[in-house]
Design a protein around this ligand. Structure first.
Ligand SMILES: [Zn+2]
Length: 550
């Protein structure tokens, strides 16, 4: 008989005893008192007659006296047992029983641990067994920790909020959602057209619930708050499959999370939209239709390099060539016949390794997400020399400085000249909102800054300060939500590596000298390109100033 059975049997014994005591009070004790009052002389006889019935009652009294009427937890069961059929306290009793069961289970696990340990000296089996149990226990603990989320009302409310945030990011074209804990609340900010803006503040508790819900959706460990985690959230919305890359990092006041909407092919812009100037667009199209060589797209983080490359790859993907990509991370689902692979350092799937693997996959076009080290640069050069067209990106500010970056990676000049066909430097500027912007002659100071003639008509954005945007009933342009800008467009600088540039590289000229040669030959610099966009009333002087530091 184990402990729980013992406890159960003692419970029934006490219950039987309690009923007999109750029976005695009703059948014997009360008539005894009445009889005693009515017939004092006969009382001793009646008492003797009921002596057996009085025995349990006496025991009860003695027991009570022994304990000094002090009722401890274990004895409370006895009193409950009397009233059990009549009161709803029985429910509590049942709860107590089930609770003790859980407690017992834990003890059993410990016992089991001992048994297995003694059975297998290596402890391998026992470890396995215990791990599985511990997993079970932690999962129970998790559920307890997030009991708020399991509550149906609360859970659905949080889920509703999550759905709202995720669908908003699609509707309003936010690229990133930042959830950051402060001392007393959580701040949610969003990035739109490259600019981070405050969206809403929520209470700390709501923030914690929101984070837990998002982490759950992203298949992360909800209870792990001290280590950074990565995951993905998949949602269906308006018939589209949305994919969010989700990343957490522990910060001073808790945990911070950033969600990024992975753009699917339907979001993709084409080269016609991206490259506004036909001269640059056509030159770039000539480049990407080459059979071999390297085409480099350079610019700082967030300058839209992947957007341009995605547009280029989709344009050349005609079903007759094999296109493979190695990306870190994959930012666009390109669709078509393009085979995309994700770099995974933990599994040694690095850029150079993937490049070598690609060679056995008979590709025509290869995209290497980023050239960061000499090994990748060398492998790309080798691939291009063996008759492949290679696209890659570099962190460099201008087209000419990309070449010196490669030389700094100890790439021989002859190798550079033999493989690199062209370098496209780029930035993204926001398009000025056509609905609310002001079309007027350029201000004198802006004219001096940019060199645009004084009487030229340009657009000036009507920007509502951020704090005013969040106040209800404020009138603002619905097209741009008061930001003054809507959508983005590329600013490009395309350097074609022709004979003159190759000579300059061989002579070891600086990037500025190379740039001068290219400008002489008709290269449009980032600054000139931006000025063209202002002429075309697509963006503003201040926006170009912000992005290109004119
Ligand atoms: Zn507007």
């Amino acid at each position: 008989m184990n402990d729980s059975e013992k406890k159960k049997s003692s419970y029934y014994r006490r219950r039987a005893f309690a009923y007999s005591a109750l029976l005695f009070i009703i059948t014997d004790f009360i008539p005894l008192i009445f009889d005693s009052i009515n017939n004092i002389s006969n009382a001793p006889f009646l008492a003797r007659e009921n002596a057996i019935g009085a025995l349990p009652w006496l025991i009860l009294i003695i027991k009570g006296l022994e304990k000094g009427f002090e009722i401890d937890k274990s004895d409370r069961g006895f009193f409950y047992s009397i009233w059990e059929p009549f009161s709803d306290k029985s429910e509590k009793m049942n709860n107590r029983e089930s609770k003790t069961n859980i407690k017992y289970k834990d003890i059993n696990i410990q016992n089991e641990k001992k048994v297995y340990d003694s059975q297998s000296p290596l402890g391998l089996f026992s470890n396995k067994k215990i791990n599985s149990f511990e997993k079970e226990r932690t999962s129970k603990k998790d559920r307890k920790d997030n009991s708020d989320l399991l509550n149906i009302d609360m859970g659905s409310q949080v889920l509703e909020r999550v759905d709202f945030i995720l669908s908003e990011s699609y509707d309003k074209d936010y690229s990133d959602i930042h959830i950051e804990p402060n001392e007393n609340n959580y701040k949610i900010r969003v990035r739109k057209d490259g600019i981070l803006q405050s969206l809403i503040y929520i209470k700390s508790l709501e923030g914690v619930q929101l984070m837990a819900c998002l982490k759950n959706l992203a298949d992360m460990d909800v209870s792990e708050k001290r280590a950074s985690q990565d995951g993905k959230i998949y949602k269906k919305y308006k018939g589209k499959k949305l994919e969010f890359r989700c990343s957490t990092v522990p910060v001073r006041n808790g945990e911070s999370m950033v969600l990024r909407l992975l753009k699917s092919d339907s979001f993709l812009l084409d080269l016609d939209t991206l490259i506004n100037l036909s001269y640059v667009r056509n030159s770039f199209r000539d480049l990407i239709s080459l059979q071999n060589g390297i085409i480099i797209v350079c610019g700082p983080t967030g300058s839209g390099k992947s957007t341009t490359l995605a547009a280029a790859l989709r344009e050349i993907d005609n079903g007759e060539i094999k296109i493979v990509t190695a990306e870190d991370p994959i930012e666009y689902a390109l669709g078509g016949d393009i085979v995309q692979t994700q770099v995974n350092k933990a599994k040694n799937q690095t850029f150079p390794y993937l490049l070598r693997t690609f060679m056995r996959h008979d590709p025509d076009v290869i995209l290497i997400g980023e050239t960061r080290d000499p090994e990748t640069a060398n492998a790309s050069m080798d691939a291009s020399e063996t008759g492949h067209l290679v696209f890659t990106t570099l962190h460099a500010n201008s087209a000419a400085s990309s070449l010196t970056r490669l030389l700094d990676m100890e790439i021989p000049k002859y190798k550079l000249n033999a493989s690199v066909r062209g370098v496209l430097a780029q930035r993204l500027v926001r398009c000025v909102c056509k609905s609310c912007s002001e079309l007027r002659e350029i201000k004198e100071e802006d004219s001096n800054k940019t060199g645009i003639k004084c009487n030229t008509l340009v657009r000036y954005a009507s920007v509502l300060p951020e704090e005013k945007r969040n106040i209800n009933n404020t009138m603002y342009c619905e097209e741009c939500m008061g930001t003054g800008y809507k959508g983005r467009i590329g600013v490009y600088e395309l350097l074609i590596i022709d004979r003159k540039i190759k000579n300059a590289i061989l002579k070891g000229m600086t990037d500025l000298e190379i740039e001068d040669i290219a400008i002489e030959d008709g290269m449009i610099t980032l600054r000139e390109y931006g000025k063209q966009l202002i002429y075309n009333q697509l963006t503003t002087v201040s926006e170009l100033e912000r992005v290109c530091k004119i």
